[in-house]
Design a protein around this ligand. Sequence first.
Ligand SMILES: O=C(O)CCC(=O)C(=O)O
Ligand SMILES: [Fe+2]
Length: 191
Amino acid sequence: MSCDILEMLAEGLNIHPKNVFSKLLMDENSDSVFRVNHYPPCSEIEGLNDNNNNNDLIGFGEHTDPQIISILRSNNTSGLQILLKDGHWISVPPDEHSFFVNVGDSLQVMTNGRFKSVKHRVLANSVKSRLSMIYFGGPPLSEKIAPLASLMEGEDSSLYKEFTWFEYKKSAYKTRLADNRLILFEKIAAS
Ligand SMILES: O=C(O)CCC(=O)C(=O)O
Ligand SMILES: [Fe+2]
């Protein structure tokens, strides 16, 4: 499914060959991960609620996913939220029959920012237990991540310096979960 989605994204951007992203997941050295998260119900939230929404208890702190693409499936328990450009958090309705697809930092770089890795987080639920499972499709460690040359043919100039997935991971270990890990690899615009 990840490969199908990535091939549709490539087609949408008119990139040839269309497996330019999906081949990284199919590579035998692909650094992909499967994770299961369990958030037990957290009854302490009840006492904290002051109707200001300032006392949200965090189950999983805000972050962007680092890899190329993430495919998430959860049970019917709410909690997942995404951050809009205007700074507001909105809830992703829980649906055990749907998949939630997230763009990762690496895809943001390869598409020179056309697709954005959106910040998300999980709030604790006071009564129900949340279970989620996520497939993170990542490239091989030695893969060079940079905006695709075919997207750079027009006016566009590259927003990012080239880095390997290994270099990204090495620098990410020194950051906090909520940090923008791409800042290090952004090109400074000439003034
Ligand atoms: O558990 C969730 O719903 C989201 C977890 C998440 O964002 C992650 O594991 O990267
Ligand atoms: Fe995530």
